[in-house]
Design a protein around this ligand. Structure first.
Ligand SMILES: [Zn+2]
Ligand SMILES: [Zn+2]
Ligand SMILES: [Zn+2]
Length: 230
């Protein structure tokens, strides 16, 4: 457990704000040891505090600019930057440590469920789960990037170290396999129906079958598709 850098009291598990002295602890960028600030005011605004964000340079393989709020210590990343930062700072992870993953899944967030505006376009951002079992719900604007509240980056680094990303990839592969299996089963069932013919390609070709001149074929396929996709 981390301690407050101001008064050394233990920090609450899911917060970067000290219960005793009230100061916020900057835990996120401690793991980035080549971290150098290049602070300049940004035109972007903190979605929590409504003050201008500061642009800082993490000097990651050259210039790597992100935005940070001095007040709440939240961070804003352009699309792809958060993933790049995690890749660069957490390396050599080869095993999925499930018990460790189980322990870090409580998100450090002082804000509860709340929606925030994109610092660039001011549209309400989407809340999306970041990876399997990370416990972090990030605020994402599809066009402009991702907002992390203070403490969440630290949490995502822990998640990466425990093999969270590997678990993610494993699950995606399992999902793909299961989908392929389902597709094969559907296909088998249709071809086994009397008169049921199934195109070589997948259901993407359903549309072209519906334009067929053969009314019988149309009905058979349509019935089958409706039945199996219900
Ligand atoms: Zn304190
Ligand atoms: Zn702020
Ligand atoms: Zn936006």
């Amino acid at each position: 457990m981390a301690n407050c850098s101001n008064c050394s009291a233990p920090l609450p598990q899911n917060s970067i704000r000290c219960d005793f002295c009230g100061s916020r602890n900057d835990v996120d960028l401690k793991g980035v040891h080549y971290y150098t600030t290049h602070e300049t005011d940004s035109a972007r605004t903190c979605p929590r505090c409504n003050i201008p964000l500061k642009t800082i340079d993490l000097k990651l393989d050259g210039k790597f600019l992100i935005e940070r709020c001095d007040e709440c210590l939240g961070l804003f990343f352009d699309p792809g930057e958060l993933e790049a930062l995690l890749e660069a700072t957490v390396t050599n992870v080869f095993v999925i440590d499930r018990s460790r993953l189980g322990n870090i899944t409580i998100a450090p967030n002082d804000y509860g469920v709340s929606y925030v505006k994109c610092p660039v376009c001011a549209k309400i951002m989407n809340r999306v789960n970041f990876g399997a079992k990370s416990g972090v719900i990030v605020d994402r604007c599809k066009e402009h990037g991702v907002w992390l509240d203070g403490g969440e980056l630290r949490h995502l680094m822990e998640w990466m170290k425990a093999g969270g990303k590997l678990l993610d990839q494993e699950r995606q592969e399992e999902r793909k396999k299961a989908e392929a299996e389902q597709e094969r089963e559907r296909r088998d069932k249709i071809t086994q129906m009397p008169g049921g013919r199934y195109p070589d390609n997948s259901f993407d070709d359903y549309g072209s079958i519906l334009r067929t001149e053969d009314p019988d074929l149309f009905h058979i396929i349509k019935k089958a598709v409706d039945f199996f996709t219900r």
